[in-house]
Design a protein around this ligand. Structure first.
Ligand code: PLP
Length: 362
């Protein structure tokens, strides 16, 4: 059976592995007789070779972040966020924007009552609202995963500092695409920037003390025990380097796709700000659209109803609701995500399939 013809338009859920990242991983997936399968924590030569590859990767990943901090490899951004939020043991209240990913919102909820920072109709967490007196940790993401809006993270960092609180920034959808804003702790994920799944990182500003979530052999400076995978680290490092090298080129390509998308989806309504946005995220709605039917009619186009994380739950997206959309509007929304490897022709084919299926709904 041949591969089905599919067009991938779900870049916020995950991204295709860059060939360069795959290449960088292969030497560390060696079998018997090879030299690349060493444990990076072993003292012998093979261990030191693997450890050196991990450190090269760490430098490439560190280049994504501001200066003055360290990179802790984790198994995912979700784990990085948990390490940050649980590891700082916030003494006071946590405040988090209402449009954070579940990794932040559910962790804040698990740690106790938290304050939700409202967003405006454009999907931006403005700085006007009150914060609890005893706020000690604020979480504001850089680029939203459902609607792509870019948050004023630098302003939030200033506000956090003025209140004596720490700022955690979920930069999963920003890393490698736009410059990561300054914060106290920053979480990223390799698979959103054309690296492998199964690895993320937490960047921690120098001077911030964290408690480990996972104890054991004391790897990652005692903050995340467990044997690192040199292959995953190398793939992450290569993907991060490539993303930085190609940042301008990738952004220009995404802009061209965005311009074409706006022409094709003329008459649909955009959810969230058009300007303060990563343009690889097209979240749009059309009154009365039956999204489940649309997805079944367009099986070859990989796109998402609302957020990939919430899809299947039947619940309308908390992000679209936070913008003030009704349940019906949220449920008639779709998200198309595109990027480095999406061609204009592929996008046109996907858009035509979706538009014609939507039109046939009457
Ligand atoms: N934060 C955002 C904004 C995301 O989009 C995602 C993934 O969907 C995550 C966090 C979680 O990342 P990971 O898959 O590495 O746990």
């Amino acid at each position: 059976m041949g591969k089905p013809h599919v067009i991938y338009c779900d870049y916020q859920a995950t991204t295709p592995l860059a060939p360069e990242a795959r290449e960088a991983m292969l030497p560390w997936l060696d079998g018997p007789g090879g030299t690349g399968f060493g444990n990076p924590h072993s003292a012998h030569r093979m261990g030191r070779m693997a450890a050196a590859a991990v450190e090269v990767a760490r430098e490439h990943v560190a280049a994504l972040f501001p200066a003055g901090g360290k990179v802790i490899f984790t198994g995912s951004a979700t784990e990085a966020i948990n390490l940050a939020m649980r590891g700082v043991e916030p003494g006071g209240m946590i405040a988090a924007s209402a449009i954070e990913h579940a990794a932040v919102l559910d962790t804040a909820g698990a740690l106790g009552a938290f304050h939700a920072i409202d967003v405006d109709a454009a999907g931006i967490a403005g700085l006007d609202g009150d914060l609890p007196e005893d706020v000690s940790l604020i979480a504001v993401m850089q680029v939203n995963n459902e609607i792509g809006t870019i948050q004023p993270v630098a302003d939030w960092h200033e506000r956090a500092q003025a209140r004596g609180a720490l700022l955690l920034c979920d930069a999963v959808q920003a890393a490698g695409k736009i410059e990561i804003a300054d914060a106290d702790m920053i979480a990223v994920s390799a698979h959103k920037l054309h690296g492998p799944k199964g690895i993320g990182a937490l960047w921690v500003r120098d001077g911030i003390e964290l408690e480990a979530l996972i104890t054991g052999g004391g790897q990652e400076q005692g903050l995340r025990s467990g044997t690192l995978s040199p292959a995953l680290c190398a793939g992450f490092g290569a993907a991060a380097k490539l993303a930085l090298d190609r940042q301008v080129q990738d952004a220009a390509h995404v802009q061209a796709l965005w311009n074409r998308a706006l022409e094709l989806f003329d008459g649909w309504t955009l959810n969230g700000s058009a300007e303060q946005r990563w343009h690889g995220n097209l979240n749009i709605r059309r009154d009365g659209l039956d999204v489940a039917r649309l997805m079944s009619d367009c099986r070859n186009v990989m796109f998402s109803a609302g957020s990939a994380c919430a899809s299947g739950s039947g619940r309308p997206s908390h992000v679209l609701r936070a913008l003030g959309l009704s349940d019906a509007q949220a449920k008639s929304s779709i998200r198309l995500g595109f990027g480095r490897y999406t061609t204009i022709e592929q996008f046109e084919e996907a858009a035509e399939a979706i538009i014609s299926a939507a039109n046939s709904q009457g």
